[in-house]
Ligand binder design. Structure first.
Ligand code: OFO
Length: 169
């Protein structure tokens, strides 16, 4: 059985993961408008990953005999317009999510829920990967600057990203 505080923390994080899905869907739309299909594909994979992250926790709460409560998802605010600005926000957002996973682990430690800690370990590793992946694209974009050919090449590269349904936990 899940501790009440732990359950609340999971339900809050399910909302954050679904918000991430929504935010990346909004960003994907902007890249559609920029006619950059490789970036569109990159965000499409990101959208699917965030949904999987949210559903992973949704399933886990049930597995532990808890209660899932879904909250309203905020309107996504994409702050920038250029690929660099958008990826700066993605990195900022992933760093925020990492801090939330850490906070979730703090709760698990506080209520001595070692099973939840071990489950959350997967999410922590995933965040390291996400930050590194996003940071890599951002570094490339900064290197490219205003070079349209460079952007075209990067777009081709991002077209090859595929969604592999994660095995969570
Ligand atoms: Fe769910 O990892 Fe990104 O936000």
């Amino acid at each position: 059985m899940l501790n009440e505080k732990m359950q609340q923390a999971f339900n809050d994080q399910i909302n954050k993961e679904l918000y991430s899905e929504y935010l990346y869907l909004a960003m994907k739309a902007l890249f559609e408008e920029m006619n950059l299909p490789g970036f569109v594909n990159w965000f499409d994979v990101q959208v699917q990953e965030e949904r999987a992250h949210g559903l992973g926790m949704y399933d886990y709460v049930h597995e532990r005999g808890g209660h899932v409560e879904l909250f309203a998802i905020d309107k996504p605010e994409v702050k920038g317009k250029t690929p660099v600005e958008i990826f700066e926000q993605v990195l900022e957002h992933e760093q925020f999510v990492t801090s939330r996973i850490n906070a979730l682990m703090d709760v698990a430690e506080e209520v001595k829920d070692r099973a939840a800690l071990s489950f959350l370990d997967w999410y922590l590793k995933e965040q390291v990967e996400e930050e590194s992946n996003v940071g890599g694209v951002l570094a490339n974009l900064k290197l490219i600057g205003d070079d349209k050919k460079g952007l075209f090449m990067l777009d081709k590269e991002l077209a090859s990203r595929v969604f592999n349904p994660p095995v969570i936990g």
